[in-house]
Design a protein around this ligand. Structure first.
Ligand code: NAP
Length: 263
């Protein structure tokens, strides 16, 4: 049987798709939520701060159908509650973007126990809990020709050795990259792809102090001579969520201007 090729616009069109972007109230999550909305998807964003959720929902509603749900996703019960709310009406979810993340910088000598628990709970366990809770909805949405998509936001901190003393952060992201491959193998036959994006430096609250201090130097030493922009992150997310990205699974895609890929 010959499968009809998509037209140029169909290749990246997300009309009718339902997506969840965790940590979508600012930074990289908002870049991704905006990109998915502009491609036609209905998007739910989630973060802890209820005021920030309301504000982001208002800001993003200019681009399409968006709903913000406050939740603390470092807790498994909150991941389950969010999954129930997101799937209550249709029972399906086409795209899950596990973006919410935390970083902790502190010298080796004083690096505390809490810096492991806080970071690993959110960066590694939470994507797992959300996949677990949303599996029935992802299975319902995915087909052999158009699988459901899980996109985990990792980091180049797990590809090269980061300059900052963020031991639990880089370790949690390396584990998330591996979890991506493990889940990709298991869920591929169930019509669900699992890929990771490993961003380089993008402007955000998490990166604000680093970029204030070292932004110019980081840009100058990057092969592409700049830090990341909104379109760079929106572009890779739309690609992975759309028909264009249907045949990738188990990949970790660095979006870093060549910083880690050429190190
Ligand atoms: N920016 C970069 O250069 C860069 C580079 C590599 C990787 N990344 C990764 O990209 C992702 C986004 O980072 P970012 O730089 O955009 O960070 P950010 O500006 O700090 O945004 C983090 C988002 O996650 C939410 N969040 C934090 N803790 C949460 C929790 N317990 N439950 C639910 N939501 C929570 C935040 O909202 P609340 O605080 O209201 O909960 C916010 O919406 C992270 O996974 C990060 O590791 C970023």
């Amino acid at each position: 049987m010959k499968i009809q090729s998509a037209t140029q616009s169909e290749l990246f069109d997300l009309t009718g798709k339902r997506a969840l972007v965790t940590g979508g109230t600012r930074g990289i999550g908002m870049m991704i939520a905006r990109g998915l909305l502009r491609a036609g998807a209905r998007v739910v964003i989630s973060a802890r701060n209820a005021d920030a959720c309301a504000q982001a929902q208002e800001e993003l509603s200019e681009y399409g159908d968006v709903w913000a749900i406050p939740a603390d996703l470092s807790r498994p019960d909150e991941c389950a509650r969010l999954a129930d709310l997101v799937t209550a009406d249709s029972g399906t979810l086409d795209v899950l973007v596990n973006n919410a993340g935390a970083m902790w910088d502190e010298p080796l000598e004083t690096f505390p126990v809490a810096a492991w628990d806080t970071v690993v709970d959110l960066n590694l366990k939470s994507p797992f809990w959300l996949v677990q809770a949303l599996l029935p909805a992802l299975r319902t949405a995915g087909t052999a020709d158009d699988p459901a998509r899980v996109v985990n936001i990792g980091s180049i901190a797990a590809i090269h050795i980061p300059a900052r003393p963020n031991y639990s952060y880089s370790s949690s992201k390396a584990a998330l990259h591996q979890l991506t491959r493990v889940l990709a193998k298991e869920l591929g036959p169930q019509h669900i792809t699992v890929n990771a994006v490993a961003p380089g430096p993008f402007p955000s609250t998490m990166m604000a102090s680093t970029l204030d201090e070292f932004g110019d130097a980081i840009a100058a030493s990057a092969p592409l001579r700049r830090i990341g922009r909104d379109d760079d992150m929106a572009g890779v997310a739309v690609f992975l969520a759309s028909r264009a990205g249907a045949y990738l699974t188990g990949t970790v895609i660095p979006v870093d201007g060549g910083i880690a890929t050429t190190a």
